[in-house]
Write a protein that binds this ligand. Structure first.
Ligand SMILES: *Cc1c(COP(=O)(O)O)cnc(C)c1O
Length: 375
């Protein structure tokens, strides 16, 4: 059996074990310790300004952002529809009501026009949205300028789900650092990993201190265990943070590798009929976490299922684009604004193997499989 070509496997940098060993030697096998502190500092420095709390997952980071924005029962939160369910689930954890918005075809991220319609409609019903969650899908920054203008005009806090976009930039500034909150994920398949983990970013150090307080069971300063608010067990393990420290040392290389993989596919496949990729406009820089493509069925006569089956027959993993949230059974009653951009992307797109450890020969195998299938 040929070796399997995975979509986005973990890729260690080499120094991770050193930091894990330090955790063991100091016996800080706990959700606090020098690895956690150092990892937080590395990320804050990488983003360029602001503060971060290391947490057990990106989902936990989103949840805490909503908690701190005061999202509660019956509150409306607007969310990009084309995304992973983890973007929207924390709204429901809080008893809030997600309202979903379509994508635009350029970045595949939230459509500013449909977003404004959603905001207006919420106001018309007497429900000012408590937050707007946008996503930088597969690393591609959304139309942040237009979205921020809407957030400012309507006075609604922005949460950037940058789980897939660590290192991506918009107008020279890191994605995830434009909103009231940004969140990043270090799950096993992300551009760098701690096996599982995430961070919450904010420009405000007090807000991040509050996040750390909430993430450690909200213990009031008292000699005994005193609690005046509900807390969570959302800290990141000091062992996992050791992996993160090693991974941060190679993050820039990983971004360059992922971008090179995108360039390879783009050059090799651009002439196939009806094929398109996420567009990186002049103001954007994508970490190209995953190379995703969509194909016009009319022109190509090929569906994602057909191509994915072909790749699978050659032991190559690929994946559908995210199924939009407004089409998910669990969100069937949610309001939705926009057209069919997200739905069509779901019906016509796939993610290709994009891991930074892929070898040139692996990429050539994927390329050949696709080209042979199209011709
Ligand atoms: C991975 C991911 C998350 C969740 O992050 P976890 O660390 O797995 O909880 C949230 N949103 C998006 C878009 C993601 O890709």
């Amino acid at each position: 059996m040929e070796k399997r070509i995975w979509l986005s496997p973990p890729h260690m940098g080499g120094t991770e074990m050193t930091y894990i060993q330090q955790a063991f030697e100091s016996n800080w096998i706990a959700p606090v310790g020098t690895n956690v502190t150092a990892f937080e500092k590395q990320i804050a420095e990488f983003i360029g300004f602001g503060h971060v709390a290391a947490l057990s997952s990106g989902t936990a980071a989103l949840h805490l952002a909503l908690v701190m924005l005061g999202v509660g029962k019956g509150d409306v939160v607007i969310c990009q529809s084309l995304t992973f369910a983890a973007s929207a689930n924390p709204v429901v954890y809080q008893g809030g009501i997600p309202v979903f918005v379509d994508s635009e075809p350029h970045t595949w991220n939230i459509c500013p026009d449909a977003l404004e319609q959603a905001i207006k409609q919420c106001f018309n019903k007497g429900k000012k949205p408590k937050a707007i969650i946008i996503v930088h899908l597969y690393g591609m920054p959304a139309r942040i300028g237009e979205i921020l203008a809407l957030c400012n005009y309507y006075d609604i806090p922005l949460i950037e789900d940058a789980a897939e976009a660590l290192g991506s930039e918009y107008r020279g500034r890191k994605a995830g650092s434009f909103g009231t909150f940004g969140i990043f994920s270090f799950n096993g398949n992300k551009i760098i990993t701690t096996s599982g983990g995430g961070v919450l970013w904010s420009a405000d150090s007090e807000v991040i201190n509050k996040a750390k307080f909430l993430a450690a069971q909200a213990r009031d300063p008292a000699p005994h265990y005193e609690h005046s608010v509900i807390g969570y067990n959302y800290g990141l393990s000091n062992v996992s943070a050791g992996i993160g420290r090693g991974q941060m040392e190679v993050l820039k290389t990983r971004i360059a590798q992922r971008r090179a993989i995108y360039d390879f596919y783009q050059k090799a496949l651009q002439n196939l009929p009806g094929l398109s990729f996420q567009n990186e406009s002049a103001e954007c820089f994508s970490n190209r976490w995953l190379t995703a493509l969509s194909f016009d069925f009319q022109q190509s006569g090929i569906s994602p299922e057909m191509l994915m089956a072909e790749l699978e027959s050659r032991n190559i993993e690929s994946r559908h684009l995210w199924k939009p949230m407004h089409l998910q059974p669990v969100f069937r009653d949610a309001l939705y604004f926009g057209g069919t951009v997200a739905e069509q992307l779901f019906q016509t797109g796939i993610c290709l193997p994009s891991g930074s450890s892929l070898l040139p020969g692996d990429l050539e195998q994927v390329r050949d499989a696709i080209i042979e299938h199209f011709t």
